[in-house]
Design a protein around this ligand. Structure first.
Ligand code: PEP
Ligand code: MG
Length: 325
């Protein structure tokens, strides 16, 4: 099996009937780049930059951040790299910011909300990203976007940082796609409006499922409600894809669902064309994509959207693909 999967490393993700599905890696630091490449990653679909900020008492400065982003871009050697801006708060505390305790951190002051309120912090990261952009194929992604205004405000900060650097004579790549995570149901519901502005979407299924079902999977008393295959979750992903398609934008998934063999045919069938996952899942999922018929997957996804129960969706997937484990 190892040799069989190894042979797939150099291949692009493409379904048996020719639909391109990019298979990318989730990473948390530059040190993970060799492992991602060794697993055949076609790009980085999610670089979680918060790991630069965690486990220390101070904040990483512009140069330190620049070096990390540049290392990832250079390491990926021209392959696309999606770098997500700081997603802190919620379950990820940042002592250096001295933020007050919140009753409901998952509904609180986190990620883009924090960055928009702290331009001093945000601008440092954006400048570092833009400086690194000349060293590879950078795509910037904003986390936890709930409103169109947040996306516009975040992008305005990016534009302002670019103008600043240009005035300083610092080179910045001309074309940097700017996208957003879809992990709040409001963003999925309004995807058509978001897609007028965002260059791409990446579904953060970990949070999207939690917010859609109002269930924390770490809480064992409600974890049964955390249902990736619930038709309500699939409907939100379908809406995301439909809104994106109307404006010619693409949709990826970078939560755990992207690496789940049961979810894969559904995601591709709903219109997802990029899957970003932890490195060990890449080769098995590539094999699955190569054997998949996208037309059949679309039929299955359409059927799934009509079902009532996650268990029915799972049964439908298993019936269509009896070899799935
Ligand atoms: C997600 O929510 O699915 C996601 C990828 O973001 P994180 O897991 O870092 O919250
Ligand atoms: Mg998330």
């Amino acid at each position: 099996e190892h040799a069989r999967l190894d042979a797939l490393k150099g291949q692009q993700g493409r379904t048996a009937d020719g639909l391109r599905v990019e298979l990318a890696a989730n990473i948390g630091s530059p040190a993970e780049v060799p492992g991602a490449l060794n697993a055949g990653a076609e790009g980085v679909g999610l670089y979680r930059t918060e790991f630069l900020f965690l486990g220390r008492d101070d904040l990483p400065g512009e140069d330190e951040q620049y070096r990390a982003y540049r290392a990832v871009l250079e390491g990926m050697a021209g392959r696309p790299v999606i770098i997500r801006t700081l997603d802190i708060g919620g379950d990820k505390a940042l002592p250096a910011l001295g933020l007050p305790h919140e009753e409901n951190p998952f509904l609180g002051f986190r990620a883009i909300r924090l960055c928009l309120a702290r331009p001093d912090l945000f601008r440092v990261q954006l400048r570092a990203l833009l400086r690194a952009s000349v060293h590879g194929q950078l795509r910037v992604m904003f986390p936890m976007i709930a409103t169109v205004q947040e996306f516009l405000d975040a992008r305005a900060h990016l534009d302002a940082a670019r103008a600043e650097l240009t005035a300083e004579g610092v080179p910045v790549a001309a074309d940097i796609p700017v996208g957003m995570m879809v992990e709040i149901p409001a963003a999925a519901a309004l995807s058509e409006q978001f897609a007028r502005h965002a260059d791409f979407f990446s579904v953060g299924s970990n949070d999207l499922i939690g917010y859609a079902m109002a269930a924390d999977r770490m809480n064992e008393r409600v974890a049964n409600l955390y249902q990736p295959l619930n038709p309500a979750v699939l409907t939100l992903i379908a809406l995301t894809c439909q809104g994106a398609a109307r404006h010619g934008k693409w949709v990826g998934v970078c939560g755990e669902m992207a690496g789940d063999p049961l979810a894969l045919p559904l995601l591709v069938g709903l219109g997802v064309t990029e899957l970003s996952m932890s490195a060990p899942a890449l080769l098995p999922r590539r094999e699955q994509v190569l054997n998949l018929n996208a037309a059949q997957a679309r039929e299955l996804a359409a059927q799934a959207l009509t079902l009532s129960h996650a268990a029915e969706v799972e049964a439908a997937v298993r019936a269509a693909y009896p070899d799935l484990t």
